[in-house]
Ligand binder design. Structure first.
Ligand SMILES: Nc1nc2c(ncn2[C@@H]2O[C@H](COP(=O)(O)OP(=O)(O)OP(=O)(O)O)[C@@H](O)[C@H]2O)c(=O)[nH]1
Ligand SMILES: [Mg+2]
Length: 453
């Protein structure tokens, strides 16, 4: 990297603190030009990760803001300086403008991260693995909510929570009282319940973290002409897919990216399922069935203005038997989420909702079913309700509070689940031998610690 680049890594105007990072050969020199600290002479002289309080001034020497500077010297000629200032739009932009006056090139944070990723990884061999994982994932994150959450983990939210858990585990032994020691057994349950509940909350956050980093597929299925393509067009907010009153209009599955309340999803429109002699349509239906065997979220569409037809019944039956086969065949214990949709609710309703629910009950062991959503793609009603149903499992997280710890990789999830299982076992046997109990606590601590190593 030859040029010196800077980016604003916090959302503009959204938080109390704004963070600007500057990287490159001239990073220390340029920030040194605009930064004034009372007991400090040169940024070049400071040590890595030293926090330095001072003010930044513009090119005319007018003070812009009080700041805290964090310097990370890279190998060779590339350094990284972090300027933590107040979060207002004016202050952050003014500091950035001043940096530009001194020859720094402003870039978007995605580009910045790509530019400096290797530099950062080399510059911080001691940087914990969670931060490295966040840094690797950040450029590929598809929604604003996702960026905020992963940026918070990069800034240490998850590592702090894990350190807190380790701290609580380390407190168990010193807190043992004389009675515990004299009896040789340890009544562990009361001490453990708090730690276990902390871990359980974190483990529960993984679904959310995973949804943000690996967008799930949502498939829209149903017999021909029920309005599947009209629905995907509504969800996308544009006429992406051809809609026609002729059944069998859609052939190739069409996949598009959408963000529903900040959760990224790939939504797939499919060919209407029915028996047909038409070769191309048969091929499309095979493709749809293949997709159905892999996807975990279904929007199953019916035409509310028609009585249930044999094709509808056929789809429900093949869906339920497909889910059973998935569960029986391999270690596929992922749960499936199904949202039944009655479209064309602008017309008088003829379909019997209870008949549908009764048929779907055959698959209830293998899926979580939302309440039936009535909508009309023609009148644009019920779409919001459908969107809410699509991301209902993340209700506790969508109102994301900044700084919340979230697990976001399988590796973190596996390690913490292992730690939880070990400690949970201890909880079950309530009064364990002190030595055994302390060994188990030590092992669990290692699992938690390894999340960061
Ligand atoms: N009255 C009414 N008609 C609708 C509604 N949604 C779709 N339609 C009509 O239903 C017909 C079929 O719509 P599509 O979206 O092409 O249906 P599809 O399920 O994709 O059909 P295939 O691709 O053939 O499987 C079209 O004539 C649409 O205009 C609705 O909410 N109300
Ligand atoms: Mg269609």
């Amino acid at each position: 990297m030859t040029k010196t680049v800077a980016t604003i890594i916090t959302p503009l105007g959204e938080g109390g603190i704004g963070v600007i990072q500057v990287a490159g050969a001239l990073a220390l020199k340029v920030v040194g030009e605009i930064f004034v600290a009372k007991r400090f002479n040169s940024l070049e002289m400071c040590v890595n990760n030293q926090l330095i309080y001072g003010v930044v001034c513009d090119q005319n020497n007018n003070q812009i803001d009080e700041v805290i500077i964090n310097v990370c010297k890279g190998e060779g000629t590339t350094d990284l300086v972090e300027i933590n200032c107040h979060g207002g739009v004016y202050v952050v932009n003014k500091i950035m403008e001043t940096l530009e006056c001194f020859g720094v090139c402003k870039v978007e944070w995605q580009e910045f991260i790509l530019n400096v990723r290797d530099l950062r990884l080399n510059a911080f061999p001691e940087m914990d693995l969670i931060r490295k994982e966040a840094l690797e994932l950040l450029p590929g994150i598809m929604t604003r909510l996702g960026s905020k959450v992963i940026l918070d983990q990069y800034n240490g939210a998850l590592s702090w929570r894990l350190f807190e858990i380790i701290g609580k585990l380390e407190d168990v032994e010193p807190a043992l009282d004389v009675k515990d020691r004299a009896s040789g057994v340890l009544n562990i349950s009361s001490r453990m319940s708090v730690i276990l509940s902390d871990m359980k909350d974190l483990i529960a956050s993984f679904n959310f973290g995973k949804a943000l980093t690996q967008p799930e597929n949502v498939i829209i299925v149903g017999r021909p002409n029920v309005g599947k393509s009209s629905l995907i067009n509504k969800l996308l907010g544009k006429d992406r897919v051809l809609v026609h009153h002729e059944p069998g209009t859609t052939r190739d599955p069409v996949s598009e990216f959408i963000s529903v309340e900040g959760i990224p999803l790939h939504i797939i429109d499919t060919a209407g399922l029915r028996d047909t002699d038409h070769v191309i349509e048969r091929k499309s239906i095979e493709l749809t069935k293949e997709l159905m065997s892999k996807v975990n979220k279904f929007i199953l569409v019916f035409d509310s203005a028609c009585q249930i037809k044999k094709e509808d019944i056929g789809i429900i039956k093949s869906l339920c038997s497909g889910l059973k086969a998935r569960r029986d065949s391999d270690a596929d214990d992922r749960y499936v989420h199904l949202i039944p949709v009655l479209n064309k609710s602008d017309l008088p309703e003829t379909i019997n909702e209870y008949e549908i629910i009764k048929l779907l009950e055959h698959g209830k062991e293998y899926m979580r079913m939302s309440n039936v959503v009535r909508l009309s793609t023609l009148n644009n009603t019920g779409i919001v309700e459908l969107e809410k149903a699509m991301v209902a499992e993340f209700d506790d997280f969508i109102e994301y509070c900044p700084g919340m710890a979230v697990l976001f990789t399988e590796r973190q999830f596996d390690l913490l689940s292992n730690a939880y299982k070990k400690l949970g076992g201890l909880q079950d046997s309530a009064r364990g031998k002190i030595d055994t109990a302390l060994n188990v606590i030590e092992e669990s601590k290692h699992f938690v610690y390894n999340c960061m190593k």
